[in-house]
Design a protein around this ligand. Structure first.
Ligand SMILES: Nc1ncnc2c1ncn2[C@@H]1O[C@H](COP(=O)(O)OP(=O)(O)OP(=O)(O)O)[C@@H](O)[C@H]1O
Ligand SMILES: [Mg+2]
Length: 495
């Protein structure tokens, strides 16, 4: 009798939906992974057999190493560099899967694709985390969305603002780890956790995260670019990996799709600073250096500037934009910054090596609203400035330089309580890490003179806030005296 409690049209609609769901499930893509060491010819035979057994409307997905030529009819190839394919192949069982490398090694794309394939195969719940996540825009949500699209798998997924679901019942959720202990602890039923940029994850976060991923058979994936050897993820998973850990140390050499722009950056750094290239591109840990100019002065954190205040907030000052021009092979850069409560925030950057003058307006357009604001630029290239002015950048002007202006600029930047870098500003992060004082060749003593390297974003930063820089003209001597006096004052106040 209960059958008739619902009106007939509702019953019909429900029946129709159930039938459609069955059809969808019946036609769901089937994923086959190339096994470790399995030769291409053997894998192709396996694929052909699977293809012949499957109904025509079912897509067969081959997760395999990169290949030349078109794929067989009815087969969608999803390619991975070989070591990442082995790392991510679900047939290789593991509690932890860890990939680390210098830049451009196809880690993020491969992890995203492997997780998308997992969603086609089972109703997995995937928690995507990073140390700091101010908003969903900072997460891998966008990357997953683009990859689903690029693979042509849109019909199997529903992308919502804060989550992504699959027809199988699989689901992606996103969260920052820092200061989110209770939220993370209460996240249930997670099959896979992926922590991206894991070099930034604190030990406290790991201590909360790891026991939270407790479902039987659950997995934890880390991808990262090594920074310091003391970083918790490096210590725990590279120095002394727990049992049941698969690790892949990869590089740009493993990435057959390395974009030309990235390769140009790599070659540039190798030329100007091989030690820095060993860290940034080859994935070696950074040697701790006392000569680092911004040591202890910066942090990497997602943020959203307050432009329209509400509830007692105050609007941030800015934005302040600065540009540096690339001579010959040096990069052209632009930064967009803000100041709030004695902190300097870097919100956007562009960085392009070998950028021709006629491509520069389009390059700068990558920074939101760049044309609307005043931009302060290196004055050494007046013809570039007037070109930009004629091409939509009417508010750009050259900044004055004076003897000691670099040093005064640095001392100004160091006087902020903190320089906060948005995680998307990868070159700013690198330069903050690498910009150093000269050291004496024989004694190793640090000299009060900055090395003219890793300063393209930093120069742009100085130009951006130039009207605020006090002209001591005495450079570091004055700066050191002031900083010492400041430290003494603070100690006095605390006593
Ligand atoms: N499977 C793929 N097919 C096509 N292109 C790819 C693929 N994987 C990576 N790429 C290309 O290589 C670039 C670098 O890949 P990805 O961003 O995944 O590297 P990464 O190791 O995460 O780099 P980083 O350390 O800088 O974050 C991508 O932007 C993309 O252009
Ligand atoms: Mg990446």
């Amino acid at each position: 009798m209960s059958l008739f409690r619902k009106p007939l049209p509702v019953l019909l609609r429900e029946a129709q939906a159930a039938i459609e769901q069955r059809h969808i499930e019946a036609a769901a893509p089937v994923v086959i992974w190339q096994a470790p060491g399995e030769e291409d010819a053997r894998f192709d035979t396996r694929l052909a057999m699977a293809r012949s057994r499957l109904p025509k409307q079912v897509t067969l997905i081959a997760a395999c190493t990169p290949r030349q030529g078109a794929s067989a009819a009815g087969v969608l190839r999803v390619e991975f560099p070989p070591s990442l394919l082995n790392l991510l192949n679900p047939a290789n069982k593991a509690r932890y899967r860890v990939a680390y490398s210098g830049r451009g090694a196809a880690k993020s794309w491969s992890f995203a694709r492997a997780l998308i394939l997992r969603c086609l195969q089972a109703p997995v719940r995937i928690l995507c985390t990073r140390e700091y996540q101010g908003s969903i825009a900072e997460s891998v949500h966008k990357l997953l969305d683009t990859q689903i699209n690029e693979l042509g798998l849109d019909s199997w997924f529903t992308v919502q603002r804060d989550s992504i679901t699959a027809f199988s019942g699989a689901e992606f959720i996103f969260s920052g780890l820092h200061a989110n202990v209770s939220k993370i602890k209460s996240t249930e039923d997670v099959s896979i956790n992926w922590t991206e940029e894991a070099e930034r994850v604190s030990d406290d976060s790991l201590q909360v995260l790891i026991p939270t991923i407790r479902k039987s058979g659950s997995e934890i994936w880390f991808s990262f670019n090594p920074d310091a050897e003391t970083d918790p993820v490096y210590q725990r998973f590279v120095k002394s990996p727990p049992p049941n850990t698969l690790i892949a140390f990869v590089s740009w050499r493993d990435n057959p799709w390395l974009p030309a722009e990235l390769d140009a950056e790599r070659q540039y750094l190798e030329k100007v600073d091989p030690d820095a290239a060993a860290h940034i591109w080859e994935g070696q840990c950074r040697a701790a250096s006392n000569a680092q100019i911004f040591r202890g002065k910066y942090s990497v954190e997602a943020f959203e500037p307050i432009v329209t205040p509400k509830d007692g907030e105050t609007a941030w000052d800015g934005p302040y934009l600065g540009a540096d021009w690339g001579f010959a092979q040096d990069p052209t850069t632009l930064v967009k910054t803000w100041i709030h409560e004695r902190k300097l925030y870097i919100e956007f950057e562009v960085y392009a090596i070998g950028c021709d003058i006629d491509r520069t307006p389009a390059l700068f357009d990558q920074v939101p609203d760049a044309r609307r604001h005043v931009i302060r630029a290196d004055s050494a290239r007046p013809e570039t400035i007037s070109y930009m002015q004629r091409n939509g950048y009417g508010r750009i002007s050259g900044v004055e330089k004076w003897a000691g202006s670099v040093e005064d600029g640095i001392s100004h930047l160091r006087q902020y309580e903190q320089i906060v870098l948005h995680p998307r500003c990868v070159h700013a992060i690198e330069e903050m890490r690498l910009y150093s004082y000269k050291t004496d060749r024989l004694t190793g003593d640090i000299k009060a003179e900055p090395l003219d390297k890793h300063n393209h974003i930093i120069d742009a930063l100085r130009y951006a806030v130039q009207p605020l820089i006090r002209r001591a003209g005495l450079g570091f001597v004055q700066f050191a005296i002031e900083e010492l006096a400041d430290m003494n004052r603070q100690r006095g106040a605390a006593a």
